[in-house]
Design a protein around this ligand. Structure first.
Ligand code: FMN
Length: 189
């Protein structure tokens, strides 16, 4: 039997009725067998301040612990002004420091995102991929889950109702699990 793959999901919105947090909740019901997905809420994570780097706030230490305990990361990004929101970038920065002690390095990852616009966070997702290069994360490329016109894909309770999107998320998670297992199985891992 293979070891289960534990995924940490991070949605880059603090909004109560966030489509991205709703998409992350939906992903929890679309997992392949043998995988688990827990969410980490970014509410309360302090703004990164390099003066505190050697003595980081408890929330940052806890966040880094949760990332390190995960086998893979799922980032669910809104798009703000054609990029990823500050809330998500701040969280990424917090867990990447101090230099040489990043919690992200070597993590397999998947990206998805929801926006009310018709580009479905495409621009934010490509910026996030660029950030992953420096973080030395290993994102899967496909499928690209870009949930456009999000207002039409979720019901009033925040349940994902669009079958095509569900299918894409199921595929994304399946690919992430397979990718994580491949990285785990490589010689020297
Ligand atoms: C500051 C700000 C900037 C935004 N910029 C974009 C954008 O560049 N592209 C886009 O598709 N939507 C943009 N939006 C709309 C978001 O897609 C929409 O607010 C979405 O619901 C945010 O994600 P959430 O529901 O998870 O909070 C912007 C919203 C805000 C508040």
């Amino acid at each position: 039997m293979t070891t289960p793959v534990r995924i940490l999901g991070i949605a880059g919105s603090l909004r109560k009725d966030s489509f991205n947090r709703a998409a992350l909740r939906a992903a929890q019901g679309l997992l392949p067998e043998g995988a688990a997905l827990e969410g980490f809420e970014l509410e309360g994570l302090p703004l990164y301040n390099q003066d505190q780097e050697q003595n980081p706030p408890g929330q940052v230490l806890e966040f880094k612990k949760r990332i390190r305990a995960a086998d893979a990361i799922l980032m669910v990004t809104p798009e703000y002004n054609y990029s990823l929101p500050g809330v998500l970038k701040n969280a990424i920065d917090c867990a990447s420091r101090p230099y040489g002690d990043s919690a992200w390095s070597g993590k397999p990852a998947a990206i998805m995102g929801a926006s009310v616009g018709s580009f479905g966070t495409a621009r934010a997702q490509y910026h996030l991929r660029q950030v992953f290069v420096f973080l030395n994360m290993f994102p899967i490329n496909q499928p690209e889950v870009m949930i456009a016109n999000a207002g039409q894909k979720f019901d009033a309770q925040g349940n994902l109702t669009d079958e095509g999107t569900k299918k894409q998320i199921r595929q994304l998670l399946g690919n992430l699990v397979e990718w994580t297992e491949r990285l785990r199985a490589r010689p020297g891992a």
